[in-house]
Design a protein around this ligand. Structure first.
Ligand SMILES: *Cc1c(COP(=O)(O)O)cnc(C)c1O
Length: 376
């Protein structure tokens, strides 16, 4: 079977874990956590960073910082992973879903604009597959209306808009180092806070609601419970693994991007096939190589293609089931009609993409797709 995802050691992952252990400090804020933090600030220009146990946790920490009150609304995409919305839902927000663009599954500026009300506190956007949303328009809208902007950058590490990295635009940005993402440590995440107003409190929430940070800085003689909070710190064992991946970031990205380009080249060679299954956004592809997908004509066609690929030992995957249609959200009795979200949800098929994938395997996958569509 050609697996959909697979992990690879790029360099010093295991050596650094063993070193973290020998340093006698494997909880949070250790040697490797500090190296990761430094890397994120210097490389991407993130103002304040907090390594977390997941992107979900980073989103939850953000939700805690917002102090959401009854009736507060948060606008999120429906075409996204559950956590983008659920992190705010469990802290009391009313989730308002916006539709995607017509031509690409990023949240649409026009849809956001239509959903803004007096109660909107924040907008959460996802840069799908590493492609930037209409960030400058969305940011201006947020500034004008005094609404907070949160970038869920789970797909978009090392992606840019203009000459600035994604994750530098929002008041907050969150990243994932789950094993399915470009850079990984198994489970892990990062909260970026660009709006300095929130940093002091974040340091407390990050440390389970205590002023532990002040204690370590010698500013108080003992630390105690001063606010709400939870357990968000990444273990230094994970940070050690992550730091090795950060050091190999350029190499990892080069491999992933070249694999995506291999898919694109092979599909694009067959003009009729390319017109049928490839989105324009992938032409002249120069992104971070997070994921590659094709577009089917219908849900039914996609089902048949998945089965056909499986028969040929090729694993593939689809996502996301629209959140506004989920069993859980339906209990809220809020109904949304999101045509583009439904379209992408029914028709996107993700193909294998990981650092162990061989070029010969991509040729085989594309050949099988041609065979399925009978377009040679
Ligand atoms: C993967 C993902 C998450 C969740 O990341 P975890 O680190 O597993 O919590 C959140 N949002 C998006 C868009 C994702 O793709």
């Amino acid at each position: 079977m050609i697996p959909f995802n697979s992990i690879k050691i790029f360099g010093d992952e295991l050596k650094y874990i063993s070193d973290a252990v020998s340093r006698d400090h494997i909880s949070g804020n250790g040697f490797y956590s500090k190296l990761c933090n430094k890397f994120f600030k210097e490389k991407f220009n993130f103002k304040n960073v907090f390594l977390t146990t997941s992107c979900t946790d980073a989103l939850e920490m953000t939700a805690m910082l917002l102090d959401i009150k009854e009736g507060d609304e948060i606008i999120t995409p429906s075409f996204t992973f559950v956590s983008t919305a659920n992190a705010f839902n469990i802290h009391g927000a009313k989730i308002i879903f916006a539709d995607t663009e017509n031509n690409f599954p990023n949240i649409s500026f026009d849809s956001i604009n239509r959903k803004i009300s007096k109660k909107t506190r924040a907008i959460v956007i996802v840069h799908y597959a590493g492609f930037s949303c209409e960030i400058s328009k969305i940011k201006k809208l947020c500034n004008d209306k005094k609404i907070l902007l949160i970038e869920d950058c789970a797909h978009s590490i090392n992606s840019k808009y203009g000459n600035k990295f994604l994750g530098t635009f929002g008041d907050f940005a969150t990243f994932s180092f789950h094993e399915t993402k470009n850079l990984t440590c198994g489970e892990g995440g990062l909260l970026v806070i660009n709006n300095s107003k929130y940093v002091r409190r974040a340091e407390i929430i990050y440390e389970k609601g205590t002023n532990r940070k002040k204690f370590f800085l010698g500013q108080v003689s003992k630390y105690e419970w001063v606010d709400k909070g939870s357990s968000f710190l990444m273990s230094d064992i994970n940070a050690a693994y992550l730091y090795a991946q950060l050091k190999s970031m350029d190499k990892i990205q080069k491999i992933r991007t070249s694999l995506v380009n291999q898919y694109i080249e092979l599909i694009h060679k067959n003009k009729e096939l390319s017109k049928k299954i490839l989105l324009d956004k992938f032409i002249n592809y120069k992104n971070n190589g997070h994921l590659f997908f094709i577009i089917c004509k219908s849900l039914d066609e996609r089902k048949k293609l998945i089965l056909f690929l499986r028969k040929n030992n090729i694993d593939s995957a689809f996502h996301y089931l629209p959140l506004h249609k989920s069993k859980y959200y339906k209990r809220s009795n809020l109904a949304f009609n999101l045509k583009n979200t439904d379209k992408f949800s029914n028709r996107i098929l993700r193909l294998p993409l990981h650092p162990n994938l061989k070029k010969s395997e991509i040729s085989f996958i594309v050949k099988k797709i041609e065979e399925f569509f009978k377009i040679f």
